[in-house]
Design a protein around this ligand. Structure first.
Ligand SMILES: [Zn+2]
Length: 202
């Protein structure tokens, strides 16, 4: 899109919007035109919502979920089952599992998987923090809820090795789904079965 067709402010906004996955210039422009057809306060509200996230969002110091305080809503909730942690790759997977309402304990967000392709090493993941949590919060079982892949296998291996002296039981959710499927798409029933049928890892 020629910069000269557009006022500078619109051009800049369009460029920012194209940073979203799946949003090209055409889509970005369509979003902007939608806003222009409404009221200009639409842009103000949107901008304020973005800034609000920037200013107020933190990472939970216990589980590494997003939070607005030191601890996230899940870690703060006294009704959560103690002693059990569900280990996930990222916040998206945490949200997917949480949406099914089938897990009552707390979580631990690893921040990725060991992956030479993506240059992710064990040290880049929150595995040391996982061990600290296991000891500090007297965790008796951790459930690995990682999307099935080679990287997940390798990561699980490292976790098991790193935590072996803690005596914590390490299980993984059971998948009725083929390799490459995604936690994101598990519904309530499948998730309930996946948790119920979890097995201790070898
Ligand atoms: Zn938390």
């Amino acid at each position: 899109m020629s910069k000269f067709l557009l006022p500078d402010s619109i051009f800049k906004l369009m460029n920012e919007l194209t940073k979203f996955p799946g949003v090209g210039e055409k889509t970005a422009l369509r979003m902007i035109l939608f806003g222009l057809r409404n009221n200009l306060t639409f842009f103000k509200d949107l901008g304020e919502a973005f800034i609000n996230v920037y200013q107020n969002l933190k990472i939970c110091k216990r589980c590494f979920n997003i939070a607005e305080d030191e601890l996230c809503e899940i870690c703060k909730d006294p009704k959560r089952e103690e002693g059990i942690l569900c280990v996930v790759e990222d916040i998206g997977d945490l949200m997917s599992i949480e949406r099914t309402g089938q897990f009552k304990g707390r979580y631990h967000v690893l921040g990725g998987l060991v992956s030479p392709m993506e240059n992710k090493r064990v040290e880049d993941l929150k595995i040391k923090e996982l061990k600290n949590s296991v000891l500090l919060y007297k965790i008796t079982e951790i459930i690995l809820a990682l999307n099935p892949s080679m990287e997940a296998e390798v990561t699980a291996f490292y976790i098991k090795d790193f935590l072996k002296d803690t005596g914590v039981k390490i299980t993984k959710i059971a998948y009725g789904i083929p390799m490459g499927s995604d936690i994101e798409y598990l519904d309530e029933v499948t998730m309930a079965v996946a948790i119920k049928e979890r097995r201790e890892i070898e």
